[in-house]
Design a protein around this ligand. Structure first.
Ligand code: GDD
Length: 408
């Protein structure tokens, strides 16, 4: 049997996702109309003999309760949220819940970061891992040399695929092959994490007795019950025939900012063409003109003369008026877009309203801070107002046009 664990982090993480993470924990923010973690969860359901999916995080239990119960029913796989009292690091969090994870005596454990967007080739990884042997296999991808330093950079044997060297976010270039944050491990991973804990405690004790100066640096160091998967486990295990790599040639993105989430929404919408075409709006399902990949929640009301797409997702109870034009945007619950308004490269927050003939637009540079326009919850853009490349915090009313501004 196999179990899957998704690390969801907590409220102190995901700060670059503001103002959207004020309303909803980042892992539940919708991409292609489905919560971010829905995508890895449905990928896990394609693993043969999957017994259970655990979400580990330090958000309040109630923030995940509704989602966890509805997704368990929908997919008929038990999904459970396990709450840490405080952050223990990506490996520490996993270790704390080892008794739950080992309940089904799994032969393999999948471990996924919640904030990555990819095709999650999990069954292929499992097959590859079985052929390599060892304690674990890491999903890896080649990225541009300039962007590699935001990730774990690694070197693998081109023939055996063994992980030979691993450095987390290095200052000087090591390799353009990076860690995708998707892993498969045998239960031996728990002994490796236990080893890292013991080592850290021993070192802290040693420093305490050796000198006052060392004591000072030890108190500044990480807590002894905090273990990071990358620095504390992967780096020391490289080159020991325990870890292997599986390279994906498909799409992969790390979702740290709202701009990237718009790009990921497009990637998932286009994946739906193969995996869940019933979720995409075709001209048959809505009378409006639909262009390219579009998701429209069944409760949303879209006027027949509106023109929608490509890369648009419209959430529950949104109302899109006559003659409105929507391109590359995420429209959240209860938004109203009035007649002839235009929304391009933008995220429109819950309960916001956009007036007649208004324009809410970004230039579409997903990597730039103001490359898309973001409206927080309950923002009112009055009639004939133009909002370009701006971020507007919740509950603001705009009666004048703005450009390249952050409205606090
Ligand atoms: N439950 C829990 N508790 N989750 C945590 C904790 C914790 O204490 N700390 C981090 N996480 C979760 C985050 O929510 C995220 O899903 C994942 O663990 C990794 O987060 P970070 O440790 O902050 O690393 P990162 O996202 O900057 O980089 C990692 O992922 C990249 C791929 O996206 C590294 O592993 C990189 O090497 C890798 O390239």
């Amino acid at each position: 049997r196999v179990v899957a664990v998704i690390m969801v982090g907590g409220p102190t993480k995901g700060t670059r996702f503001r103002p959207l993470s004020f309303n909803v924990p980042k892992p539940l923010f919708p991409l292609a109309g489905q919560p971010m973690i829905h995508h890895p969860i449905s990928a896990c359901c394609r693993i043969p003999n999957l017994a259970q999916i655990y979400l580990i995080g330090f958000y309040e239990e109630r923030e995940f309760a509704l989602y966890v119960s509805s997704i368990s029913n929908e997919l008929r796989i038990p999904v459970r949220y396990l709450r840490e009292d405080k952050p223990h690091g990506s490996a520490g969090g996993l270790y704390n819940f080892r008794d739950y994870i080992m309940e089904d005596s799994p032969s393999h454990i999948f471990l996924l970061n919640c904030d990555v967007c990819c095709s999650f080739p999990l069954p292929d990884m499992l097959e590859a891992h079985k052929s390599y042997g060892g304690m674990g296999t890491i999903l890896v991808i080649k990225v541009s040399a300039e962007s590699a330093n935001q990730f774990g950079e690694l070197v693998a044997d081109p023939v055996t695929k063994e992980l030979l060297h691993y450095t987390e976010k290095p200052e000087t270039f090591v390799s353009d092959l990076i860690n995708c944050g998707v892993y498969i491990f045998t239960p031996n991973i728990f002994s490796a994490i236990h080893g890292a804990f013991t080592q850290r405690k021993d070192r802290a004790n040693l420093q305490r007795v050796t000198s006052f100066e060392a004591l000072q640096s030890a108190t500044k160091a990480l807590p002894t019950d905090y273990v990071r998967l990358d620095q504390d486990i992967l780096s020391p295990l490289a080159g020991k025939k325990e870890l292997y790599t599986y390279e994906t040639l498909d799409f992969w993105e790390q979702i740290k900012t709202p701009g990237i989430s718009l790009k990921c929404s497009a990637l998932y919408l286009s994946q739906f063409c193969h995996t869940s075409p019933q979720l995409l709006a075709g001209s048959a399902t809505k009378s409006a003109t639909i262009i390219g990949d579009v998701y429209i929640h069944p409760s949303a009301k879209v006027h027949a003369s509106a023109k929608i797409g490509p890369n648009v997702s419209i959430s529950a109870n949104a109302r899109i008026g006559a003659g409105a034009r929507l391109i590359s945007c995420i429209i959240l619950d209860d938004v109203e877009i009035k007649e002839n308004a235009v929304v391009i490269h933008a995220i429109v927050g819950w309960k916001s309203s956009i007036g007649k003939w208004s324009r809410v637009q970004g230039e579409g540079d997903y990597n730039a801070k103001l490359g898309i326009t973001i409206l927080g919850e309950a923002v009112v853009v009055e009639d004939e107002v133009v909002v370009i490349n701006s971020i507007v915090l919740p509950n603001k009313t705009l009666n004048d046009s703005v450009q390249e501004e952050i409205i606090l």
